[in-house]
Ligand binder design. Structure first.
Ligand code: DGP
Ligand code: NA
Ligand code: NA
Length: 212
């Protein structure tokens, strides 16, 4: 019997929705249930491209907006061979941010259309599930002040949220919106159950290509 592939599960949402915590918790829970699972975070800041992105986010370096968009995309593409290897070995990947953050953050800037922003990521491994952790700007504000990284301000984050809503209209993708205002524990339980459904659903389904 051919081995079953892993699922590609993406976590998206505005800053402070709890993606990183939930990503770690989901991987732990899947492993505890006997699945093989790994966490991957984008931007992945340890590669050469990732270090460049990190210095941009920390405002040590200024980069032209189109150029930085392509760098974020390149940072995802440089991990595709590893992602495909793992998925085909049966390892489920939980990914903290993906091409949707790429499009949402750049298209929130002046003079960028959604379509241009999507192009560099066309053909990436297509997620089997995209969990959108939904949190209003007001609820996000209650969780404390923004940090000092680039993009960490409320007017920009509101634009990012609008871009996410546009992307979520795409019915060729398996978006699932989750109310991120609930407790860490309740959120975790809901995410785990949706993820386990997805693991069952993808049996025999080939990995797709994003936006193709
Ligand atoms: P994080 O490490 O998840 O906090 O992400 C760092 C910041 O980078 C966060 O403000 C979101 C933003 N970001 C993530 N992915 C992309 C992308 O592909 N393009 C752009 N422009 N920004 C991104
Ligand atoms: Na951040
Ligand atoms: Na994160």
């Amino acid at each position: 019997m051919a081995g079953r592939r892993g699922a590609l599960i993406v976590l998206e949402g505005v800053d402070r929705a709890g993606k990183s915590t939930q990503g770690r918790r989901l991987v732990e829970a899947l492993r505890a249930a006997g699945h093989r699972a790994d966490l991957l975070c984008f931007p992945e800041r340890t590669t050469e491209i990732g270090r460049l992105i990190n210095s941009y986010l920390e405002k040590e370096k200024n980069l032209e907006d189109h150029a930085v968009h392509l760098l974020f995309s390149a940072n995802r593409w440089e991990h595709v061979p590893l992602m495909k290897d793992k998925l085909h070995q049966g390892i489920t990947l939980v990914v903290d941010r993906y091409a949707f953050s790429g499009v949402a953050f750049t298209s929130a800037k002046q003079n960028f259309c959604l379509d241009w922003c999507k192009q560099p990521d066309v053909g990436l491994p297509k997620p089997d599930l995209i969990l959108f952790l939904e949190l209003s700007p007001e609820e996000a504000a209650v969780r404390g002040n923004f940090g000092s990284e680039r993009y960490e301000n409320s007017s920009f984050q509101k634009k990012v949220l609008q871009s996410f809503y546009h992307l979520m209209k795409d019915k060729t993708l398996n978006w699932k919106t989750i109310d991120a205002s609930k407790s860490i524990e309740d959120l975790h339980r809901e995410i785990k159950s949706v993820a386990e459904e997805t693991l069952k659903d993808i049996q025999n389904k080939p990995l797709g290509e994003l936006w193709k």
